[in-house]
Design a protein around this ligand. Structure first.
Ligand code: FPP
Length: 260
């Protein structure tokens, strides 16, 4: 991010956008770092470092586009199965990124939060996550959520567990459990569900990402590997979104206001 230039988020204010053509919440699976490195004849670590630089650029671009919320899948519950050295490297990268980026993100009005089962991480990493959340909690620009040790099934099970405890303790009547109540117990409950999902790297899967939240989300897949994903590539995804008609179960005529 070119922080030395004018603040990239001077225009970054929460907008109650009536612009149906622009997503207010974008969720991304950043895939392809390893293959990108391989293409360059380099180690996977090189790909993750390049992926990190792309992440910074895309956060900046989303803020400029006045997107209200951006959720990034940085480390899945399944990523622990990678070779120990790669997991260690990713942890180092996350820690360094938190130390180096948070104050700049704060200056640019970005609010950061982490979703996922963070108790599995080293204490110093957990502390940095808390510090980042605390430091940026009053910002009202782009809301950046980073999914770490996150799995969509975990999220749903966790919500079910919380609801079950409340029912057991007499805090809620099981009859009152409905979609709205359930939504209040999954991660990101403060946000509108993602309008646009992007996955780079060519795979056409959700890979246990935001399973509950993606029910009506527009899905955009691109072969571009994450380190090559740019402002222009983001533009293609936004164009794709602008061309979609979101019906949420209604007919096209209803959505267009005919026969509604
Ligand atoms: C997927 O590429 C990427 C990851 C599992 C890690 C994501 C991390 C970053 C983008 C960098 C840091 C981000 C933050 C938020 C600090 P892959 O390794 O699965 O690539 P491959 O499918 O080509 O092997």
């Amino acid at each position: 991010m070119h922080y030395n230039e004018a603040r990239f988020l001077t225009e970054n204010r929460r907008v109650s956008s009536t612009d149906q053509n622009r997503p207010s919440h974008v969720a991304i699976i950043m895939d392809g770092n390893g293959r990108w490195a391989k293409q360059q004849g380099k180690a996977r670590a090189f790909g993750h470092q390049a992926g990190f630089r792309t992440t910074r650029d895309i956060v900046e671009a989303c803020a400029r586009q006045q997107i209200e919320a951006l959720t990034l899948f940085a480390f899945s519950s399944e990523n622990w199965k990678r070779p120990e050295a790669e997991v260690g490297l990713l942890m180092d990268l996350f820690l360094r990124a938190l130390k180096s980026e948070v104050s700049k993100l704060n200056e640019n009005n970005v609010r950061i939060q982490f979703i996922g089962e963070r108790s599995a991480f080293a204490e110093k990493l957990q502390n940095e996550m808390l510090r980042a959340e605390e430091h940026t909690k009053d910002n009202d620009g782009l809301s950046l959520s980073i999914a770490v040790n996150y799995g969509g099934r975990w999220d749903i099970v966790n919500a079910a567990k919380q609801i079950a405890y409340k029912a057991r303790d007499g805090e809620l009547d099981p009859e009152s459990i409905d979609v709205d109540l359930f939504s209040q117990h999954v991660s990101l409950s403060d946000f509108k569900e993602p309008d646009l999902f992007i996955r780079t790297g060519g795979e056409k899967r959700i890979s246990n990402y935001l399973l509950w939240h993606l029910a009506y989300t527009e899905l955009y897949f691109t072969d571009v590997l994450w380190p090559d994903f740019s402002d222009t590539e983001l533009g293609h995804a936004l164009e794709f979104y602008a061309g979609r008609q979101r019906r949420f179960g209604r007919t096209g005529e209803q959505v267009q206001g005919k026969n509604a």
